[in-house]
Design a protein around this ligand. Structure first.
Ligand code: ADP
Ligand code: MG
Length: 404
C-alpha cells in the first residue's frame, strides 16, 4: 500500500516553494504533500500501445503538490510554472477546463466521483516542479501522480500503487484528452531508486532492473516542441491496429496485441507497406528491450548502448517519429567519450534524447551536448517513485526563524 509517510523533509526546496505559494495564494496552510518524479524511457519506444515491453526509470526531478481542504465546492490550483494562470473551478465545471489546470482538477474530480474525497468540500492546491515541461520527461504524469498522492494524504486514504497510477492515467485520458498508455503513470508511482523498471504493457507486470553504479543517464533537450506528436501518435496507433488485424486475418487463435507477433508474422501478412514498417518497429523494439534488460543485469553496458542506437534508427527509419534535431543530438552524444549509446526518448518529433554514459564522464558530456545545440541537458540517476508526506506543523515557523 502507498502510505502517507511521516518523514519530515525540511531541506526540501521544492516543498518549501509549493508551501509558500499555497500560503501566499490561498492564505491557508497546507498540511499534506505529494511528490512524484518525472521519467525517462531508456528503451521501448512507441510500443506501449501495442502491449509491448518498455524500460523507463524515474528521474531525480519531481513535482511537489501541496493540498488543503477549503469550505467552497471548488478546486483552486496554482503552479510555479503558470503563476499568472491560477485556476478556480466549481466541481461540475472541471470538464470545461483547458490547459494545465485540467491535469490537477481532473485528478481531483475523478477522486471525488470515485468517493475518495468524502467529507471534503473543496481543495486548494499549489504545485512546484523541476521536471522540464513538454520535454518528453512526463511532467504531466508527475503532476497527476503528485496530485493523487497529496489528495490521498489529505483524505487520509490508502491506495495501492496500481490504483494511484490508474487514477492519474484516467485524468490524462478524460480531462487532458491524451490517450496515453500505462507507462508514464506506472513508473512515476513505482520507480525504484537505482533501478529501471521493465514494464510489460500487456499484463501490467513489472520487474526492477538494477543499473550498475558507475553509469549515469544524460538527458538533453532539442528545444523543439513536440506539437506534431499528438496527430502523428494517433496515426501510428492506427497503423499498428491495422497491422494486428492483418496478422490475425485467418488465424484460428488471434493475437491480443501486436507485441505477440513474430517477425515472420509481420513479413508474411498482407498489409500496407507503411503499416508493415510500423509493425516491424514494434516487434523488433520489444526484442531489443528484453535483450537490453538482460544486458543491463549482466553489467554489459556496451551491448545496452548498441541497442539504444538501434532503437533510434528504427524510430527514425521504420516508425518515422524522429526529426533532424533529435538525429543530430543523438549523433553528437554518440561521438562523446564515455557514451555507450544514445537515442530519442518520448513520443518524438522533438523533445529529448537519452544517453547512457560512464558516471565519470557524465558532467563533461552535458557540456558537450550544450555545445552541440541542446537547449538544456542534465545528468540523472534512477530515483524512487511517488510518496506522500504530512508537512510538519512547525515547518513554516522554522522557515521564518531561518530567514531571520
Ligand atoms: P511531458 O509530459 O512530456 O512533459 P506533456 O505535453 O504531456 O509533456 O505535458 C506538459 C503539460 O503538462 C504542460 O503543458 C502543462 O499543461 C502540464 N504541466 C506539467 N507539469 C506542470 C507544472 N509543474 N505546472 C503546471 N503545468 C504543468
Ligand atoms: Mg506527458
Amino acid at each position: 500500500m502507498v502510505d502517507p509517510s511521516l518523514q519530515p523533509d525540511a531541506g526540501d526546496a521544492l516543498l518549501a516553494e509549493a508551501d509558500s505559494l499555497h500560503e501566499a495564494t490561498f492564505h491557508a496552510v497546507a498540511r499534506h504533500a505529494g511528490h512524484a518524479p518525472g521519467r525517462v524511457n531508456l528503451i521501448g519506444e512507441h510500443v506501449d500501445y501495442c502491449g509491448g515491453l518498455v524500460l523507463p526509470m524515474a528521474i531525480d526531478r519531481r513535482t511537489v503538490v501541496v493540498a488543503a481542504a477549503c469550505d467552497q465546492p471548488v478546486v483552486c490550483a496554482v503552479s510555479d510554472a503558470a503563476l499568472d494562470d491560477a485556476v478556480t473551478i466549481a466541481w461540475g465545471d472541471v470538464a470545461t477546463l483547458k490547459g494545465w489546470g485540467a491535469y490537477v482538477a481532473g485528478v481531483a474530480e475523478i477522486m471525488r466521483r470515485e468517493g475518495m474525497l468524502a467529507g471534503i468540500e473543496g481543495v486548494t492546491i499549489a504545485v512546484a516542479s523541476d521536471v522540464p515541461l513538454g520535454a518528453g520527461l512526463s511532467s504531466s504524469a508527475s503532476l497527476e501522480v503528485a496530485t493523487v498522492m497529496a489528495l490521498i494524504a489529505l483524505s487520509e486514504q490508502q491506495r495501492s500503487p496500481e490504483e494511484v497510477a490508474r487514477i492519474a492515467r484516467r485524468a490524462e485520458h478524460e480531462f487532458a484528452g491524451v490517450p496515453c498508455g500505462i507507462m508514464d503513470q506506472t513508473i512515476s508511482v513505482m520507480g525504484v531508486a537505482g533501478c529501471a523498471l521493465l514494464l510489460d504493457c500487456l499484463d501490467g507486470s513489472t520487474r526492477p532492473v538494477p543499473l550498475p553504479t558507475d553509469v549515469a543517464v544524460v538527458v538533453a533537450d532539442t528545444g523543439v516542441s513536440h506539437a506534431l506528436a499528438t496527430g502523428e501518435y494517433a496515426l501510428r496507433r492506427a497503423s499498428c491496429e491495422r497491422a494486428l488485424a492483418a496478422v490475425n486475418a485467418g488465424r484460428t487463435a488471434p493475437l491480443a496485441a501486436l507485441r505477440q507477433a513474430t517477425a515472420a508474422d509481420v513479413a508474411g501478412a498482407s498489409m500496407d507497406e507503411v503499416d508493415r514498417r510500423r509493425a516491424r518497429h514494434v516487434v523488433e523494439e520489444c526484442d531489443r528491450v528484453a535483450w537490453f534488460a538482460a544486458a543491463m543485469e549482466a553489467g554489459d553496458l556496451s551491448t545496452c548502448g548498441i541497442l539504444m542506437n538501434r532503437s533510434h534508427e528504427s524510430l527514425r527509419v521504420l516508425h518515422e517519429v524522429s526529426c533532424p534535431e533529435l538525429d543530430r543530438l543523438a549523433a553528437a552524444a554518440r561521438s562523446c567519450e564515455g557514451v555507450f549509446g544514445a537515442r530519442m526518448t518520448g513520443g518524438g518529433f522533438g523533445g529529448s534524447i537519452v544517453a547512457l554514459v560512464a558516471e565519470a564522464r557524465a558532467e563533461a558530456v552535458v557540456g558537450e551536448l550544450i555545445g552541440a545545440g541542446a537547449t538544456r541537458a542534465f545528468v540523472t540517476h534512477a530515483a524512487a517513485g511517488a510518496r506522500s508526506e504530512r508537512i510538519r506543523p512547525d515547518r513554516a515557523r522554522r522557515k521564518d526563524e531561518s530567514a531571520s
